[in-house]
Design a protein around this ligand. Sequence first.
Ligand SMILES: CC(C)(COP(=O)(O)OP(=O)(O)OC[C@H]1O[C@@H](n2cnc3c(N)ncnc32)[C@H](O)[C@@H]1OP(=O)(O)O)[C@@H](O)C(=O)NCCC(=O)NCCS
Length: 180
Amino acid sequence: MDRLRTECVLLDPLAREDFAWLFALYADAEVMRYIGRGPRTEEESRRNLDWLLAHGERLPFGYWVLREHATGERVGGAVLMIRREGAPVELGFMLARPAWGRGLATQVACALVAHAFADLTLPELQAFTDVENGASAAVLRKAGMRDTGLHPGPYGGLDRRFELTREEWLSSRTTGRGAR
Ligand SMILES: CC(C)(COP(=O)(O)OP(=O)(O)OC[C@H]1O[C@@H](n2cnc3c(N)ncnc32)[C@H](O)[C@@H]1OP(=O)(O)O)[C@@H](O)C(=O)NCCC(=O)NCCS
């Protein structure tokens, strides 16, 4: 996995030293309000992070820990992952509360969309958001992803599913539409 950067954020491949900080993030009820079954125990988070670490060793993408350049502090995490064999690559992100509302998630989503299509040459991406998660949907739209309406999501309920193909991304770059 490559280390990536945006104007304000460094994206570092997940390492075991990040686990303790991520346990706290995954245990925050506000952060987890729209994700899965909500806040996670340390054991649930460890299982998920072990899986993501192995994912990034097997494939050239997985989970990145987000740090702000200005302070070097961790501010969140983001992912490109294949949840189960044969599924399209899924984009996701979450920020610690103090980092919300400053455009950081939009920077990260745009960087991962560009990495997925320009560097990894993936054919398509998808992302799911809870129907109530307006901020997440706004970030995905600004990253150029297409809202396809409500579909069964990864956690059993109906979620808003966003999609983008490499062809769409390439043509949005030549026409100036889509991801900024
Ligand atoms: C969702 C999340 C990643 C957004 O991060 P962020 O850095 O605050 O996002 P940005 O500042 O880049 O952009 C947020 C956009 O959503 C808009 N927005 C915020 N709340 C909104 C709402 N309730 N409805 C619609 N739009 C909303 C903002 O106005 C902003 O758009 P703008 O720049 O055009 O004004 C962050 O709130 C978070 O980590 N939440 C908890 C985890 C989570 O839900 N992750 C997504 C799982 S799918």
